[in-house]
Design a protein around this ligand. Sequence first.
Ligand SMILES: [Zn+2]
Ligand SMILES: [Zn+2]
Length: 309
Amino acid sequence: MIVDLPTSKDFENIAREWFLHAFDILYDYGIEERDISHLGLSQYKFNKTKLSSIIVLVHQSFEATLKATVCNLTPLLLLDLKPSDWPTLPGVKDKSFDGLMTIGAEALIKVFCAVNTDVEATKNLVPLFQEVRTIRNQIVHSLYKEELNTFYLLDLLFRVSEQLFHTDLFALLRTRDGDFPNEEFFANNPHLEDDSQGTNLEIRYRLQSWAEEVLGNKKLQSYLKNKGRAYNCCFCWSTIDRYETKTAYLRPNSSVSKTIYCSNCLDCYPVMRASCLDKNCKGNVLYEEGKGKLVCLTCGTEGSAPDSL
Ligand SMILES: [Zn+2]
Ligand SMILES: [Zn+2]
């Protein structure tokens, strides 16, 4: 018999681990790159190997996810061994699955499409896999001449997260042992601006503001499914040091909506729809901080509510 057959769960776990490790490398690199550019230094040595390894890990993660789907039917479809050569007859010595040849990426994608009944889902997944595979092959054969950059790689991680894990990258990171991202990574990261670990709220904010700096607000919010104008979150604004990137959005996104949702603290807050107390500000989303004390979530102007409100 063929023994020690892998399970879907085995491949799912490894796909997730490799993918998250790819993120760690990018974030580590990205924060260092940002700190250096903030210092006004232009001669930052391009770390080609580190960025290339992200593509290799994402490719491995892709392959593992495809294998997980195939395993739902049977891992035997992953074997690159004719059934006539299978050691399965009575009396034939058992062989471990690990010791047998398995199919390459080209065959794997075809087997995956054959067993995956969700044809719509494969329409986006297959071209993305081919994109990653092409770059990965060029990298491992030393033929890749372009410069990988943080914009392309972070955008890729968001796209791959949607296809492989059916969730946005940030939501995937939040599933990491309850921490976001894991505190061990942050404890060992020498590029953080201060010595303190900060709370999860601050860690999430640091990540979100970096991602917005890299991708731009529009692209990031399209991945996070936030629509419309961004506002200060009344809670994060008063809790986080140097809160500069707006993280709250009207839910639903309409001119009469009276609720904001913050993609950082992941909570909803009631708001009032009235003009900002500063006549120069066009904001009309206010939060009642205390009795009769309002703050504009666009510009931060505070004041007392006029009697008309
Ligand atoms: Zn918030
Ligand atoms: Zn205002």
